[in-house]
Design a binder for this molecule. Sequence first.
Ligand SMILES: [Zn+2]
Length: 85
Amino acid sequence: MVAAAMKNQRQIELDYDARRQPTTSRYCAKCHKDIAPIAPARKIYLKGLFPRMVIHPGDLDGSEIEGIVGLDCAKQIGLKFTRPE
Ligand SMILES: [Zn+2]
């Protein structure tokens, strides 16, 4: 029997670059570039810091932190791990 805490979530490690300092609150969680207010972005669901994991939107348990990524980064992560903003 699998405990609830060990629920099998589809997840991948987020290879992110935190060297860049965003200048607005709307920035990509992966490359830390600012995303213009009118530019499209995708939602991702994050867990943990070292490593930081991207949880599949179909496997959320409510403990994830929501973030956004730009479209290029969303494609690198895999669109199935993102949702429309
Ligand atoms: Zn990005």
